[in-house]
Write a protein that binds this ligand. Sequence first.
Ligand code: BES
Ligand code: MN
Ligand code: MN
Length: 462
Amino acid sequence: MQDINTYLSNHKQRLLDELFDLLRIPSVSADPAYVADVEAAADYIKNEMEKIGLENISIEETPGYPIVYGEKIINPDLPTVLVYGHYDVQPPDPIELWESDPFEPVIRKTDIHPEGAIFARGASDDKGQMFMHLKAVEYLLQQNQLPVNVKFMIEGEEEVGSPSLAWYVARNHGKLKNDVIIISDTGMVANDVPAITTGLRGLAYVEVEVTGPNRDLHSGLYGGAVANPINILAKMIARLTDDKNRITIPGFYDKVKELSPEERAAIAHTPFDLEQYKKELGIADVYGEEGYTTLERQSIRPSLDVNGIWGGYTGEGAKTIIPSKAYAKISMRLVPDQDPEEIPDLFEQYFKQLAPKAVKVKVTNLHGGYPYVTPTDSPGYKAAAKAMKRAFGKEPLPIYSGGSIPIVPLFEKELGSKSILMGFGLNSDAIHSPNEHYGVFNYFKGIETISYFYDFYKEQLT
Ligand code: BES
Ligand code: MN
Ligand code: MN
């Protein structure tokens, strides 16, 4: 039998080339212009599954983009691991800020990645991380060493809120039956500080439309006498948070669980350099809810952000109008036990109250997801911790992340299984930003760690 590190060094170039081919497919789920590419990415995954020797492979049609399924059942009496990942990516915009083509991967060295990082949209989120799972199972199957059953479900709509996934999961309880779900779509603290994510924030995402007069008006003839919906929207948004940076929506914090002093102390022990953080982001100071640290603000406290705001004239030069309409996209990150079914209603009631009679307000609920926390004493967590310890030589830290993966709480509700968030990204990977990248070290370390997971998981259960 060949050990994993020998295997990785013997196949290094091929393992990079195969990922690069996947990264070349611009599978942007948000933009209908890329339909054929998203489908091509699904095909690519299906072919990979065939090449590594999975069985019952299929491109599962859904009302949206397909889910690619494949499995290897070595013995129905053994435990089953379900791997989830996504092959869709965020739009590359603003494209002019990329130093190289987002869909032509290249390896460049960075301060954090002296051995090189792969620059491409999806390199870290989530093609690079999802692909590690296929490659770890490729190795185990080639060595005839897969110790448990494995099922893969790779979706293509994660970046647009997984609209078809609930539909699919509800219809496939039997097929997806598993003992644990493993997902690499999160991050670590640093390359020498491995971590397992034990908390995710939930999400409530709304779009608002404020309408003033029935058409754009001459701002000289009407200015001062008619409500300008952009001015009004700006005032309304300003009132959503107070001078302590707390969200003012009545009832918003009612279900927020406060952490115990012990839990807060654990967060305070996570390595974090505030000066470095500010420097990396080019900001003179941090900003957030009074009474909480930066790590707390971005993980265990809820937040509200305007993602985009538009309306009126934004072309060259000056045009003198009072616009008829103003819009904003507003997201709220939620923490246990806030409910993404309730929060948009609370938002809508309050937001409408904030508006003067001179404008009409429409609020549309775009999508949402529940927050998630998982214990550190489950067999899956313990196996993941042992695998990381073996690969990194260090015990991983449990960390709360501020990001959201809405299907994780959905899996727990529908399939009754825990998800282990064994991610290998870094915050500096620039996911969703220009120049997204993923360390070459992280890619290979991830494959190595995942290959250990399966043995440790079997050991936990038998
Ligand atoms: N992989 C991310 C989520 C993530 C990244 C969690 C890093 C923790 C650490 C995922 O692809 C993502 O971007 N999720 C969206 C939510 C979705 C509903 C669009 C998010 O968090 O904004
Ligand atoms: Mn992701
Ligand atoms: Mn993402």
